[in-house]
Design a protein around this ligand. Structure first.
Ligand code: MLC
Ligand code: AMP
Length: 502
């Protein structure tokens, strides 16, 4: 029986005694035991009726069992749908109604809150916690082997939601081939091997932590030091025993800000990878000066997995995201005509390859807008290739804020703000932030003289995850608009000095 992703990522480790997951609670799971645990979880999912093609929605803590749940889902031909732990009930409700999972796996602390939603959708609600959840209890007594379900290269393996410019999140459909082809290329390019120990401090509900970090480690047979979150002291303690760190730029600016972060700490390290948001050239240079390591910056997206990477052996150039990965075509186009532009001209970044997703779940029109018939995906990023094929990202055509590696679409926040009584209209924009890269500011035009901002914050807090909530509010009499009536966010950004914040 062929199961493309399982056969490449997990099956080779069936009898591998090497250490796979080394967790915060000092528990360590060898590869072979991990494979057995995944089989038990697969049995537990089948017992509650999960069938191939079903969505398995997961909003659970970062534990070795959560990683095993990913493997189990792949093994039984179901579709893994991970969600940010910070999402509110309102946000989770949207994903559940859109994806209609047959099973929802949540943190035991959220079980009560999610029960009515699971009932409404006729989904089975299971829990997975640091200690014990109902999924774990059920799995404990199950057989430690599970025959993988047949899955070809085009079978769906994951559904990852990514926010959209319309305010509605879109589920990116990723196949076994999409994930495997990218992981194979990266493993080779970055020379991952069984001698590596990867410091894993990213969340495992996004492409970066889930696929880039875990899938490459699995192919290589590396050890993963699974850390619940990025904690500066813990990272510094682990660096001397580790070889690879994958992170967002905030990881690197925080390390540089730490007086204890020295060159000696990094002497065993061979690779620092950065992505998901722009790494400032200054951070790259300062990091090099402090440690002697050049951070390897790469560029990717939920819809495409990784697209480009600076070279492992060649020159890593600050402020660029490197070359198209083997098997990837990067095209810079005129956004009006779609025509290809020559090297040196700024245009829309389009990408094609086996790693590009199949389209958005339930959104054929959106898919048609962004995925051309010839297979090129329009990323919404603006870039320029040099004559050597090196890509630099120079901006975005999409209205997007990236804060600490999380994408925040202003429209989603504006929609919530505009529904609040006392708010006439709003415009949300990003401003530079020393820790997160960008942070969220909301310009509000009140319709009442005494708008209560605490009330606004409270209402936003009920609906939107904490990281999306505006850090500052600026009250205005009117929003700046161009002659077409479009709000000029560049004007808002330029005029914002923090002084108007309420
Ligand atoms: C946490 N907070 C954030 C935030 N993360 N606010 C804005 N932006 C963020 N990214 C808020 C919390 O709500 C909380 O608010 C306070 O900050 C402290 O929370 P914390 O949990 O202690 O934060 P911290 O651990 O410091 O997390 C910061 C971080 C984390 C940068 C380490 O956000 C992170 O791991 N980001 C990585 C995101 C990621 O994996 N992106 C990849 C996407 S895939 P309060 O007010 O309650 O104190 C992709 C494709 C690709 O983009 O190319 O990879
Ligand atoms: P997401 O939708 O969460 O997958 O985020 C993808 C977006 O992150 C891309 O479209 C880019 O805008 C941004 N991104 C990812 N990597 C980089 C990078 N190295 N430099 C700049 N932006 C990046």
């Amino acid at each position: 029986m062929t199961n493309v992703l399982y056969d490449a990522l997990f099956l080779p480790h069936k009898n591998n005694p090497s250490l796979f997951l080394d967790s915060d609670d000092a528990s360590s799971l060898p590869y072979a035991d991990f494979i057995k645990r995944a089989a038990q979880i697969a049995h537990a999912l089948v017992d509650v009726g999960v069938l191939p093609g079903d969505r398995v929605l997961v909003q659970a803590p970062k534990t070795s069992d959560t990683v095993a749940l990913y493997a189990a889902t792949v093994q039984l031909g179901a579709i893994y749908l991970p969600l940010n732990n910070a999402y509110t009930l309102e946000e989770v409700s949207y994903f559940v109604r859109d994806a209609q999972p047959s099973v929802m796996v949540c943190d035991p602390k959220n079980q009560h809150e999610l029960t009515p939603l699971a009932k409404e959708q006729r989904a089975t609600l299971l829990t997975l916690g640091h200690e014990e959840g109902t999924l774990q209890t059920a799995a404990n007594t199950k057989p430690r082997a599970f025959e993988p379900v047949e899955c070809g290269p085009d079978s769906l393996a994951a559904l990852l939601y990514t926010s959209g410019t319309t305010g509605r999140s879109k589920g990116a459909m990723l196949t076994h081939k999409n994930l495997l082809s990218n992981a194979q290329v990266l493993t080779q390019l970055w020379q991952m091997s069984e001698h590596d120990r990867l410091l894993h401090a990213l969340p495992i509900f996004h492409t970066h932590g889930l696929f880039v970090a875990l899938n490459t480690s699995l192919i290589a047979g590396a050890t993963v030091r699974l850390m619940e979150k990025f904690d500066i002291d813990a990272i510094q303690n682990e660096l001397p025993q580790s070889t690879v760190l994958m992170g967002v730029p905030t990881f690197y600016t925080r390390l540089l800000a730490s007086p204890g972060f020295t060159k000696t700490l990094t002497s065993n390290m061979r690779l620092f990878v950065s992505g998901s948001a722009p790494l400032l050239a200054d951070t790259h240079v300062t990091f090099y000066e402090r440690t002697g390591h050049r951070i390897l910056e790469r560029y990717g997206m939920t819809e495409t997995n990784m697209i480009t990477s600076n070279p492992y052996d060649g020159k890593r150039v600050a402020g660029t995201v490197g070359y198209a990965l083997p098997g990837t075509e990067v095209n810079i186009t005129n956004s009006e005509t779609g025509n290809t532009l020559p090297a040196g001209e700024i245009g829309s970044i389009e990408v094609r390859g086996d790693h590009v997703f199949q389209g958005y779940w339930n959104m054929p029109e959106k898919t048609a807008e962004e995925l051309r018939e010839n297979g090129f995906f329009i990323t919404g990023d603006l870039g320029v290739l040099d004559s050597d094929g090196r890509l630099s990202i120079v901006g975005r055509s999409k209205d997007l804020i990236i804060s600490g590696g999380y994408n925040i679409y202003p429209k989603e926040i504006e929609d919530v703000l505009n529904e609040i009584e006392g708010i006439n209209e709003s415009a949300v924009f990003g401003v530079p932030h020393s820790d997160f890269g960008e942070s969220v500011v909301a310009a509000i035009v009140p319709s009442v003289p005494d708008l209560d901002l605490d009330k606004v914050r409270e209402m936003i807090g009920q609906k939107l995850a904490r990281f999306k909530q505006p850090q500052h509010y600026a009250l205005m009499e009117a929003l700046p608009r161009n002659t077409m009536g479009k709000v000029q966010k560049t004007v808002l950004r330029a005029g914002y000095d923090g002084a108007a914040e309420a």
